[in-house]
Design a protein around this ligand. Structure first.
Ligand code: ATP
Ligand code: MG
Length: 217
């Protein structure tokens, strides 16, 4: 089984999470995509609402897709949550080949993640185009030293739709262009705070949930 995992705060989940995941599922012929809302970060960021609500909204968002599912693995875990632990636990549970989906912005934060090298040894990585970032910004990453700048530039220009690099450890790193959706949870929260519409940025069911519970006011 080929299992994709997409972690995030999903505060709230939106079409910029859902559509890229669906495109990658089709393109890489993955069996399933697991959306994994994160636990409350240790440095309590008041902008990040309770895991319960983020989980419920993510459940509503994936409901219509038989290939999508939501995992409570990080929300239920005691103490700090690290991606590497999540990956280890999922490997144990599913015995599947894992594909770790991550946007360019989130990938660039990996140097601060725990045991990043070990994470790369356990899972394939799929780096998604994420507006407004360019693939070329990945040349800063200490983990992508061997990727040529011209490949990254061809991805940015759309000359290449995707690129796969097989690592020495046998795992692959994919660079994938996906439908460019300049949507962020930050901008959705901002709209809500200022009384603006959030229609067509996320599923109707998630919008209704936000309104019913008066979230992000
Ligand atoms: P926030 O603005 O609160 O940071 P966000 O929109 O960035 O929210 P996250 O939950 O932080 O959403 O992101 C989860 C994952 O989805 C990350 O890997 C991120 O790069 C990716 N992602 C988020 N939005 C998009 C998008 N519009 N297109 C492609 N990838 C995205
Ligand atoms: Mg983000």
């Amino acid at each position: 089984m080929k299992l994709a995992i997409m972690g995030g705060t999903f505060n709230p989940v939106h079409f910029g999470h859902l559509r890229p995941a669906e495109e990658i599922r089709e393109r890489l012929k993955l069996d399933k995509v697991l959306f994994i809302p994160s636990a409350r970060p240790p440095h309590k960021d008041s902008e990040i609402i309770e895991p319960f609500h983020r989980l419920e909204m993510t459940r509503l968002a994936v409901k219509s897709n038989p290939h999508f599912d939501v995992s409570t693995i990080e929300v239920m875990r005691e103490g700090k949550s690290y991606s590497v632990r999540t990956v280890e636990e999922l490997l144990e549970k599913y015995r599947a080949e894992l594909f770790f989906l991550v946007g360019i912005d989130a990938f660039l934060e990996i140097p601060t993640w725990r045991e990043a090298e070990r994470l790369f040894a356990l899972t394939n990585l799929v780096i998604l185009l994420r507006p407004p970032y360019l693939f070329q910004s990945l040349s800063q990453s200490p983990y992508l030293k061997s990727i040529s700048k011209s490949v990254l530039s061809e991805l940015d220009q759309g000359i290449k739709q995707g690129y796969r690099k097989v690592s020495e450890n046998g795992k692959s790193i994919y660079f994938e262009r996906i439908t460019f959706l300049d949507i962020s949870s930050t901008s959705i929260r901002r709209n809500l705070k200022t009384g603006k519409s959030i229609k067509y940025l996320l599923p109707d069911s998630v919008e209704s949930y936000i309104m019913t519970h008066g979230l992000y006011r």
